[in-house]
Write a protein that binds this ligand. Structure first.
Ligand SMILES: Cc1ncc(COP(=O)(O)O)c(C=O)c1O
Length: 323
């Protein structure tokens, strides 16, 4: 089977630790272990934890905590995975196995990456009804839920229909990508099938990560508040910077997430622009082309503010040379 190169991911893994300033990310600057200890994680207890395998589908305690955020969901509706990406992957594998000529799968992310936009409840309803009519499974990736600029939590697709499966994780709105925890919420029979796939992919989530995730999910509102405060503080830096370009740049205002799309008025292909910025300014952005868009780039504004300011200055220098 030929697997298409995930260009953006490869570009990020190649350069993000090499450049001076990485503004290609999508979550907020990450929470530290110390911050999680302040929220109740037992650091000292962790020193004595045997580093054995953890419960394959996530500890019951973690699945219970997660289930509370999805009305009607029990631990049997939840499968804990190594990141949202494994959650999405396992679902794709599970459906592939069960596939017949009538099986279809629609994947969407809401809030959306890369636009940062949130669907209206009417749009959500329409999408779900269309999935029901066509017997399509809807996989709703809600990893940016909780990272809304206006502070109003994006409603979940969970519960709108039996054909909905939700994926989510700690990487974005919780600000904890490094411990690699994600989850699937779906009908128990489907979740069982996902567990079967999970036995082959990675067996189980990391044991310490499961413990950290219990603290994170138990303190969800505090972590979401931290994220939203960072977003609200830092998006204005981008807005102000854009006004210095006399209309050459246009911000596509995000509703959620720590990234935004910026359109530019020039025929210069976005991958050339991003390469110039990387080579001449040691700063990484995502070219629109890697998102199947043109005349735009995606910018991360969730970085530490001094990095963001310096990154904007460097991108600005290059933009003024080429636009
Ligand atoms: C919509 C979406 N889903 C999943 C992921 C990956 O999440 P995780 O780090 O939890 O695997 C990303 C990362 O950028 C994303 O934007």
């Amino acid at each position: 089977m030929k697997i298409e190169l995930f260009e953006m991911e490869r570009m990020q893994s190649t350069w993000e630790n090499v450049v001076d300033i990485d503004l290609s990310e999508s979550g907020v600057r990450a929470v530290t272990l110390r911050e999680l200890a302040a929220l109740g994680f037992d650091l000292d207890g962790a020193l004595d934890t045997p580093l054995s395998y953890s419960q394959g589908n996530g500890t019951i305690e973690l699945r219970q905590l997660l289930g509370r955020h999805y009305p009607g969901a029990t631990p049997d509706h939840v499968e804990v995975t190594n990141g949202t990406s494994e959650a999405n992957f396992i679902i794709a594998l599970t459906f592939e196995q069960a596939v017949n000529e009538r099986t279809r799968l629609l994947y969407l992310s809401n809030p959306n990456n890369p636009t940062g936009r949130i669907l209206s409840s009417d749009d959500m309803e329409r999408i779900v009804r269309r999935c029901e009519e066509t017997e399509t499974w809807l996989v709703a990736d809600e990893v940016y839920q909780g990272a809304e600029l206006n502070g109003r939590q994006t409603p979940s697709f969970w519960g709108i229909s039996d054909r909905v499966v939700v994926t989510n994780g700690l990487s974005k709105a919780y600000g904890i990508p490094g411990i690699r925890i994600g989850w699937i919420v779906g009908p128990p029979a489907l979740v069982q099938e996902c567990w079967t796939q999970h036995d082959y992919t990675t067996i189980c989530p990391n044991k310490l990560s499961d413990a950290l995730a219990r603290v994170a999910v138990g303190n969800r509102e505090k972590l979401f508040a931290r994220t939203r405060a960072i977003l609200r503080e830092q998006l204005p830096l981008v807005r102000d910077w854009i006004t210095t370009f006399d209309g050459l740049l246009e911000l596509r205002e995000p509703d959620a997430g720590a990234f935004c799309l910026i359109n530019y008025k020039s025929d210069l292909p976005s991958h050339e622009l991003a390469e110039r910025i990387r080579i001449n300014q040691s700063t990484l952005i995502v070219p629109g082309s890697q998102l199947r868009l043109e005349n735009c780039f995606r910018l991360w504004f969730g970085a530490p503010p001094e990095k963001l300011r310096e990154g904007l200055r460097r991108i600005g220098t290059e933009l003024r040379n080429v636009l």
